[in-house]
Design a protein around this ligand. Structure first.
Ligand code: AMP
Ligand code: MG
Length: 401
């Protein structure tokens, strides 16, 4: 009889991690350190931007109407009325038939409504010949056209990019409210595990998962806290979990998550808290545990690295995004033609690693114990629980790693 009669659908597992995820407190960081962080509050423009109507070109401020019909053969001739100095207002308005030199960023003088690029003009005594007409507003940025005072420039939940940091600078946000990076404890369990620095003897494997999980966690704006290799010994396991729960905002345990008698993760979590889910209808990744110790979410991941990876991509990602307060973008997907039939068992969500090239998705069938398929693949296709598989030649959506 299956040890996993009570598996839950992936959707329920995801809903459960959403429910468990607590938002970590906010903190303030200097603007120079804000890139990549998640904004914890909406930011508003403290001033109108720009605060004055300005030129976006070096050239001549004109009345657009004065340039109508201007061309190389018959240029419009305008009287030059001096220069606008950067940051200074013109001392007098520009009258019809006149123009005024203006640098990029200069304040547009009264009486003008457009700027002719210097390249489209030629000096002629005290006059300027305009060889190309400009439309009303051309080469001009209007007063508060970019942002109006009080307007929300960036919303909470946004992961700040380099461009966003520039916008925060423009609105004077020197100290940026961000969510504190959640600390994610990582325990790798197994008597057979050895550190990467050791050469495995017969029966041993190097601890791959600590590194896979830590890298993923860092990528999702969380701080990985690794507790090293934990032996399959009840007292050691309990002590390691107790420490991690005391020091972190969530804990991820790799290995020992199945329902076999020797698998301890579920029992150890239950002893300190509660196991909410043990078994998810996902392949690879069925022996997944979702629980909590007090308010700290604790996830038990299957030991096979490929299974661990699928579960963190499909389920744990939601926990991390929720905790950072990040309005996480949907995963990047592409569509491609399936190169061969992919059978699937009804009632479970299958994630098939694929290699996508030139519009063709080639499935990389392999047991969840294989590492090479992870490296050869650049994404996965998801086969819904109700499907029995996908036929060769069908267009499929690939979730890119
Ligand atoms: P378990 O989930 O503990 O039953 O482990 C399933 C398989 O994954 C076993 O073959 C383990 O040796 C392997 N495994 C468990 N943990 C890791 C790890 N941290 N790195 C690499 N392989 C692992
Ligand atoms: Mg194990």
């Amino acid at each position: 009889m299956s040890l996993f009669l009570s598996v839950v659908p992936v959707s329920e597992a995801v809903a459960t991690v959403h429910r468990l995820a607590g938002l970590v407190p906010h903190e303030t960081v200097p603007l120079a350190e804000a890139c990549g962080r998640v904004l914890a509050a909406d930011v508003h423009a403290d001033v109108d931007i720009p605060g004055f109507t300005r030129s976006v070109m070096d050239g001549y401020a004109v009345r657009a109407a004065d340039t109508t019909g201007a061309g190389d053969a018959v240029p419009a001739m305008l009287t030059l009325r001096g220069r606008i100095l950067m940051g200074k207002t013109a001392d007098q308005p520009v009258k019809p038939g006149e123009c005024c030199y203006i640098p990029t960023g200069g304040i547009l003088p009264e009486g003008t409504d457009a700027v002719v690029m210097a390249e489209n003009t030629e000096p002629f005594g005290d006059n300027i010949l305009v060889k190309k007409p400009v439309a009303h507003n051309e080469n001009v940025l209007q007063y508060n056209e970019d942002f109006k005072k009080g307007e929300t420039v960036l919303s909470r939940g946004r992961r700040l990019s380099a461009q966003d940091v520039g916008i925060l600078a423009a609105v004077g946000c020197a100290d940026v409210p961000v969510t504190r990076k959640p600390k994610i404890g990582i325990l790798s369990t197994g008597n057979e595990l050895v550190p990467v620095t050791e050469t495995p003897k017969i029966g041993q494997v190097r601890d791959v998962n600590s590194y896979v999980i830590a890298a993923f966690v860092s990528d999702h704006e969380c701080i990985p806290v690794t507790y090293g290799i934990v032996r399959d010994d009840r007292a050691t396991f309990e002590a390691a979990l107790a420490r991690a729960v005391g020091e972190c905002d969530a804990v991820l345990i790799s290995g020992g998550s199945s329902k076999d008698d020797r698998d301890m993760a579920a029992a150890v979590i239950a002893q300190r808290g509660e196991v909410l889910i043990h078994g998810v209808a996902i392949a690879p990744g069925k022996p997944t545990i979702i629980g909590r110790c007090g308010t700290i979410p604790v996830i038990g991941l299957p030991g096979h690295p490929a299974a661990t990876f699928i579960v963190i991509v499909v389920i744990v990602r939601h926990l991390l995004d929720d905790m950072t307060g990040s309005a996480a973008p949907e995963p990047v997907t592409v569509t491609a033609k399936l190169a061969m039939n992919v059978p699937s068992t009804k009632g479970r969500e299958d994630y098939i690693r694929v290699s996508v090239r030139d519009g063709i998705a080639t499935p990389l069938f392999g047991k969840s114990g294989l590492l090479n398929t992870l490296a050869k693949s650049n994404g996965v296709i998801r086969i819904p629980a109700e499907s029995e598989g996908i036929e060769t030649g069908r267009q499929v959506e690939i979730i890119l790693w």
